[in-house]
Design a protein around this ligand. Structure first.
Ligand code: KG4
Ligand code: ZN
Length: 362
């Protein structure tokens, strides 16, 4: 089966074509970073307008690169939420219109489900069940993933997300948007452990068993430090290093404790912060010492992309889920696909700017 994936939840238009047996055939991405840079962050209205400009040309490009035609596509998977409402509406509208025209299913995908399944695109994928650490700009969660659609929340941030903490701290240090990669680069030039910064919600973890995170205190600690010390360029690199180390300490310790608590041995790291090299280095070392295995998506699939949405669509379709309109109903006889098969799809659509991943199931 051939699945077209469409991702437009934030500031990246991602399109991909995934074949259920042959894997990823082609993918394309347009990032709006340059457009939002002048504003120091994503401007939602500009994001929506840019998705409108990009989405159809990128679909054409992916089709051309894969040597496929729209008539061959069996289903369209699109990010239905969470994300920016206007941005989500672009991909959702295009996906449903295309699916309607072709008479094939449109499948609404949870953006975080896409992220946490993205390591399955790699050459050496994990096996279910596993623990997933989701670290993006909007979310920080530890989940127990039993199967596709079986997500149990183990812990999450009570305030800022890890990526948000990176972005806000980068801003405090005078770095541009998006701050995470810039801060990570600066941290690489800093001296180790120059400043002692807090590791929120870590000290009591083994007594309380609590796997939640909190990063806003860490950001405030950096703000106070920057105010007090007015660091020069070299000292700013030291601050960045100390900040990154504090966040990485927390993410590593909580991930390992989640493995211990669940009795599982595989950890999947997904979301933009999963691209952080220091986090990967520390997790790999800790896992090797304790007999665990860590899986990452390819670097290009760490941040937002269409491939993870197409993959999630393929897996959901394989599990018998069709249609965006709730509740999703299993289709007993899935072949042939199309209106003649009597698929339960109205093509009426909604977006879910806020959407709890652990509350959904197949
Ligand atoms: O998953 P993602 O592309 O978008 C969301 O769904 O939020 O994640 C973006 C986040 C941003 O906060 C960005 O600063 C952060 O991931 N990020 C990084 C790195 N690359 C991206 N944070 C730390 N180190 C990196 N190398
Ligand atoms: Zn994302």
């Amino acid at each position: 089966m051939l699945i077209l994936g469409i991702e437009t939840s934030c500031d990246e238009t991602g399109i991909a074509l995934y074949h259920s047996e042959r894997g990823l055939l082609a993918h394309a991405l347009h990032t709006q970073i340059a457009m939002h840079q002048d504003y120091g962050g994503v401007v939602p209205e500009l994001a929506s307008r840019d998705h409108i400009r990009r989405v159809l040309p990128l679909i054409r490009q992916v089709m051309r690169e894969a040597g496929a035609e729209l008539a061959h596509v069996d289903a369209v998977a699109y990010t239905q939420g969470p994300g920016l409402a206007g941005a989500l509406l672009v991909g959702t509208s295009v996906a449903n219109a295309l699916a309607f025209t072709l008479g094939i299913p449109a499948i609404g995908i949870h953006h975080l489900e896409g992220h946490l399944l993205s390591p399955l695109l790699a050459a050496k994928p994990p096996q279910f069940p596993f623990v997933a650490l989701l670290v993006s700009g909007g979310h920080t969660q530890l989940m127990r993933v039993g199967a596709v659609g079986e997500y149990e929340l183990l812990g999450e941030t009570v305030d800022d997300a890890a990526g948000e903490a990176f972005d806000k701290t980068a801003q405090l240090l005078g770095l541009g948007y998006p701050g995470g990669p810039a801060l990570a680069q600066l941290a690489g030039q800093g001296r180790a452990n120059r400043y002692r910064l807090p590791r929120p919600m870590l000290e009591q973890m083994h007594q309380t068993g609590n796997l939640d995170f909190s990063f806003s205190g860490l950001k405030t600690a950096v703000m106070l430090l920057v105010r007090k010390e007015a660091p020069d360029a070299a000292a700013r690199a030291d601050v960045a290093e100390s900040f990154q180390e504090a966040i990485v300490d927390v993410l590593v310790a909580k991930s390992l404790y989640a493995l211990e608590q669940t009795g599982l041995t595989q950890l999947v790291v997904a979301g933009g912060v999963g691209a952080n090299r220091r986090l990967r280095e520390r997790l790999d070392r800790a896992a090797a010492e304790q007999g665990y295995f860590v899986f990452y998506p390819e670097f290009e699939f760490c941040t937002d992309n269409g491939a993870m949405i197409a993959l999630a669509g393929a897996l959901r379709l394989g599990a018998g889920v069709v249609g965006a309109a709730p509740p999703p109903r299993p289709v007993p006889n899935r072949k042939p696909i199309g209106p003649k098969a009597g698929l339960p799809q109205s093509y009426a659509f909604t977006v879910k700017p806020r959407w709890d991943l652990s509350a959904m199931s197949l």
